[in-house]
Design a protein around this ligand. Sequence first.
Ligand SMILES: [Mg+2]
Length: 255
Amino acid sequence: MAIEGVLIDVDGVLVTAWRTLPGAAEALRELRRREIPFLLATNATSHSREGLSAKLRQTGLDVEPDRVVTAPVLTASYLRSNHPRARCYLLGEPELGDEFADIWLVREQAGVVVVAGADPAFTWENLSRAFRMLKEGAALVAMHRNLSWMTEAGLMLDAGAFLAGLEQAAGVEAVVTGKPSPQFFRQCVELLNLSPERVAMVGDDLEADVLAAQKVGLTGVLVRTGKFDPGTVDRSDEKPNHVIDSIADLPEVLG
Ligand SMILES: [Mg+2]
């Protein structure tokens, strides 16, 4: 079936450590030339959609803010629907822009613990604070479950590793709003106004980007850049629909 829309992960696919990967700008230009709608679908919590768009522009990638879907955007929307007016404790210090403007953030007696991407605010004290709130009955919502990401200094441990500890210690299970949650992909596909069978997801994370998207019916495209690890693919029972060297090869996959 022909691909009529594309979701593209940002970190490890378009940029690594905020440097544009070769062929990324050309691939986006080619999508525009063929009038294939695309969205950047990212678990990044370090930037608002405006901020991410501006940051990408500095690296030579021109993507409008309304083409950016971040985990915080979908998290705020989830909180509004499922925990309206709840007191929320945010673990992490993401750049939220306007996305969280109407979410009530507190540091005590929260009804919901919201876990963002890992950053220096993931201290033992803050993790223990979150743990105590969970023991007292707070709901647990996580923006994603990523275990690591690649930086100039090497791989960094991400929120998923801390989340697993919180879940085990408190005996609760998190609702995940970003990738690999099926809801994340469904919402993106809805924004494109296409059926999942007509949409491809391009990412460097086998589990969270590619296989998770395939489970929802999208075509999965794994790139051999960013955190790509050939061993992970070999060990996995499920395989990506496509594996390409980099985003530069995306136009070929689209035919
Ligand atoms: Mg990535």
